[in-house]
Design a protein around this ligand. Structure first.
Ligand code: SF4
Length: 311
């Protein structure tokens, strides 16, 4: 079984490959290399990924063979790699360093190697281990914060409260990683959007990540959030609420981070460097809110986006 492919295109046959592969949009052109399969936590209430996969660590030798095979397919011309699946840092530090060492030896032109990581795993890992992994060539961690609200983190079963998020992410920064944090707009629904925005800003301010990336919640079938919505205990936040939530979040931020709406789920292209672009970003949201209040066609378009996403 081959366990690598490219973000946008197939490197080889899909035979025996779990589909679809999950990776951040920013890794669309990266070589995807599986060090583990599935998610060792697999309980987040909004998450449909890896539900059919039993988590397993892949043998180091098998991963190295995939790296060698990838070289044959690429001619060695690879600059960025995303290590999959979710939270591969749970594997032994020595094994991760062996894999990274082989990866860099086979692809000397690598400029970026990234992976998903959970804050709890980072908290549990020693600083010394994280520094070793960073030195071996892992450069960036993509971490799901989702929200800074303790109540919401508990409700969505994230398995980490605000303190763990702050501790784990700051340890990763201290070890030298670039930290890319994901915020899930709408996870508070219509009722808790303010709490979500204010508490998330507080946590982000205590981490000051390199990147803040927002996604807008679209409840997916076979997830608890979808079930809450169908039962009526969760009301999906509409476009106005999402925009107000995003405005409150940005207003509360005192970070020096790159803020990105780099996902198809979002209503508005709110991107920029904070704090330099804060005024422009807030003004873009105000313009969208004003248009939403006056322009029926615009409202229909945004509502349509929500409908299409649900499809
Ligand atoms: S969001 Fe991440 S940590 Fe949570 S279940 Fe999904 S893959 Fe696992």
């Amino acid at each position: 079984m081959f366990n690598f492919r490219f973000g946008r295109r197939l490197a080889m046959s899909e035979e025996n490959y779990d589909f679809p592969p999950f990776r951040p949009p920013s890794e669309a052109d990266s070589l995807l290399l599986r060090v583990t399969r599935g998610c060792p936590w697999n309980r987040c209430a909004f998450c449909p990924m890896y539900k059919h996969i039993k988590f397993e660590k892949r043998p180091v030798q098998a991963v190295k063979q995939d790296i060698d095979t990838a070289k044959v397919y690429t001619g060695g011309n690879v600059e960025t790699v995303f290590i999959a699946d979710s939270d591969s840092l749970v594997i032994n530090t020595g094994e991760m360093c062996q894999i990274l060492g082989h990866l860099h030896a086979v692809f000397p032109s690598l400029t970026r190697v990234t992976t998903y990581g959970r804050a709890l795993t980072l908290k549990r890992k020693s600083l010394d281990s994280l520094k070793k992994i960073r030195k071996a060539g892992l450069t960036r961690l993509h971490i799901g914060l989702e929200t800074g609200s303790p109540q919401l983190l508990d409700r969505i079963k994230k398995g980490a409260g605000p303190e763990t998020m702050i501790h784990g992410c700051n340890k990763a920064k201290e070890a030298g990683f670039e930290v890319s944090l994901y915020v899930l707009l709408g996870i508070g629904g219509e009722s808790s959007w303010q709490e979500h925005a204010l508490e998330t800003a507080k946590v982000l301010n205590q981490i000051n990540p390199d990147f803040i990336r927002v996604r807008t919640l679209t409840p997916q079938p076979n997830t608890p959030v979808f079930q809450w919505w169908r039962e009526g205990s969760f009301q999906i936040a509409g476009p106005e609420t999402i925009l107000k939530e995003q405005k409150t979040l940005i207003e509360g931020l005192s970070v020096t981070s790159q803020y990105l709406s780099d996902h198809v789920s979002n209503y508005a292209p709110v991107d920029g460097n904070l704090p330099a672009d804060k005024t422009r970003m807030l003004s873009l949201i105000d313009t969208a809110l004003e248009k939403l209040s006056k322009d029926v066609a615009f409202r229909t378009e945004l509502e349509g986006m929500r409908y299409l996403r649900r499809l």
